[in-house]
Design a protein around this ligand. Structure first.
Ligand code: PRF
Ligand code: ZN
Length: 372
């Protein structure tokens, strides 16, 4: 059986390309992972998600434990079979979603108790239970159970939270056990404080993981502060393991993160904004509900090969959005995911050729032109 491994292919400055090999297939890095929170990438068939170029999806412990339940998914053959996605799945560990979605939260050394946002029922998550749930789901890449403070927070709060996350990282490692072909990723915390990021990285390296995430960013600090941390944080993590920036981001965040040595990212933005009438193109953001599209026979982006751009006009996309038709979310989500995957493919090709700087300046120049 293929074990889990990461092979670096090329570097250009701090940026890298590589391949993560898993028994369920290869992940080309830098990789963008569409978000399939509730065992679906909303508005997309799994085969369509694969057709956009995605090698891996993200799933959520928090949502799936509440509905339909991890034990039920396991009885039904695991998450891959349940949702008809055969390629790799990474699952987030739940703590971050508890903090943003659940109510009546109580945090202790052991873990967190909370009330479900679905029906108010009471639940417990701990490093041990999170590892158990992610195993029941059959996740290929399991994330440590951590805590992510919302910024701004005092340095003292961030330090205390980071040290708790590091104790939970050790407990996650111990509970994960020996699972060939599956990987456990540690999550660096420490806010925007270099010394705390360093302390966190050292602790994670001491424990040992198959990959390392940069957590605790894109939580209200702004792009400049985030890039400030990404100027040093990836370099604190092992060169020979994948580095995953959690919950990022907009296309320009992704480009900046890849330039700084990030290999994996996930974000709801392309899928969520597709359902609210926002499209992302080479020329920036387009709001399809805007009246200026009502008579426009041109596609969203004439250079895009996705079904929305190949077969439909802006006028049609505007009409179906305004009419609340389901195909609106389907087409815009497909376009957005396609755009994101094309961006990743472009970044990978540029890094392989040692031409990332030119790719990045063209990326910014094209966006600066604005929509057609
Ligand atoms: N930890 C976990 N999941 C996350 C984050 C984190 O810090 C973030 C921060 N952007 C997004 N998702 N476990
Ligand atoms: Zn398109």
């Amino acid at each position: 059986m293929t074990k889990f491994s990461f092979t670096l292919k090329a570097t250009d400055g701090a940026a890298r390309t590589g391949t993560i090999s898993t028994p369920r297939g290869e992940i080309r890095t830098p990789a963008f992972m569409p978000v399939g929170t509730a065992a679906t990438v909303k508005a997309m068939m799994p085969e369509s998600v694969a057709a956009t170029g995605a090698d891996i999806l993200l799933g959520n412990t928090y949502h799936l434990m509440l509905r339909p339940g991890a034990e039920r998914v396991a009885r039904l053959g695991g998450l891959h079979k349940f949702m008809n996605w055969e390629k790799p799945i990474l699952t987030d560990s739940g703590g971050f979603q508890v903090m943003s979605l659940a109510s009546l939260r109580k945090l202790t050394e052991d873990g967190v108790t909370f009330a479900s946002h679905v029906d108010g029922s009471k639940h417990v998550l701990s490093p041990e239970r999170s590892m158990e749930i992610q195993k029941l789901l059959g996740s290929d890449i399991v994330m440590c159970f951590d805590e992510c403070p919302a910024l701004p927070a005092t340095e003292e709060e961030v330090a205390k939270s980071m040290r708790l996350s590091m104790r939970w990282a050790q407990r996650s490692r111990d509970a994960f056990g020996d699972r060939p072909g599956h990987a456990l990723f540690g999550i660096q915390q420490g806010g925007v404080t270099r010394e705390l990021r360093e302390e966190s990285a050292e602790k994670l390296k001491e424990i040992g993981f198959e990959g390392f995430a940069v957590g605790g960013l894109a939580v209200g600090e702004g792009q400049e502060a985030m890039f400030g941390v990404l100027d040093y944080a990836p370099g604190m993590l092992p060169q020979d393991k994948p580095r995953y920036l959690m919950g990022v981001g907009k296309p320009d965040d992704i480009v900046g993160a890849v330039e700084r040595g990030i290999d994996m990212m996930d974000c709801v933005l392309p899928s969520r904004s597709g359902r609210t009438g926002q499209a992302w193109t080479r020329r920036g953001q387009v709001n399809i509900k805007n009246a200026r599209h009502a008579d426009d026979p041109r596609p969203l982006d004439e250079a895009c090969t996705c079904p929305a751009c190949s077969n439909y006009s802006r006028a049609y996309l505007h009409h179906v959005f305004r009419s609340g038709e389901m195909i609106s979310g389907m087409l815009l989500t497909w376009h957005n995911l396609h755009y994101y995957q094309e961006l990743m493919a472009g970044l990978r090709a540029a890094i392989d050729e040692g031409a990332l700087a030119r790719f990045v300046s063209e990326f910014h120049e094209t966006r600066a032109m604005g929509d057609i």
